[in-house]
Design a protein around this ligand. Sequence first.
Ligand code: 13P
Length: 255
Amino acid sequence: MITPLILGNWKMNTTAATAAALAREVAQGAPANGVSLGVCPPLVYLPIVAEACRGSRVAVGAQNVAYEKNGAFTGEVSAAMLKDVGATYVLLGHSERRHTIDPHEDDRVINRKLLAVLAEKLVPVLCVGETLAEREAGRTMDVITTQMKQGLAGVKIAAANELVIAYEPVWAIGTGKVATPAQAQEAHAHTRSLLRAQFGELAKGIAILYGGSMKPDNAREICSQPDVNGGLIGGASLKSADFLAIAKAALEATR
Ligand code: 13P
């Protein structure tokens, strides 16, 4: 049985003051057990948020990382630096980065970043998912297969909790259109089969999160699916009450 994981992706939102306040509210309201929580603030606020979460059950994550260790890479931040300021998780391959922000953020680059994150003993959260055009063309499972195989090329883990996958159908992100529980389960089961092919028995324990318009009123049904082990939450993670309600729903779904 995998403890559900609820991660908040704050994207490019908050200020120093609102980030600290939001983190404190989440830390104070986090359930005592049965669900793991993490928040991924904008990089510049990561130390403030790590401080606000210190001693609580809420972990902190980054939204991106460089694959190089150090050196002349203006504007970049390494996995070791993220670890240094208190990160546990690193989101990788988010569709906004793959499709909108950086045309160079392809599977090869994501794979290098993922290996750099693992080398620092941080936990990569590999995001995969199809666009609407890809779904309509019947290519959903092929897209997931390619993103998983290339993103995880050469990856070895010794324990299931060293890696997290997030299935985020691009058409459901920030649109209010949520995948049906059956659509989510189908993609998650396929993702699990790919993990089994690469990692054997460990695949049973690797958390696969759903992301895309997850809200307090749909979280329970989605998290009840056998291969859904929590959520990667965008918009609803910016309100502590909503984020905590999703965590509670995930906990109840897996009881
Ligand atoms: P929304 O929850 O706002 O749809 O965003 C999902 C997401 O992109 C999380 O990474």
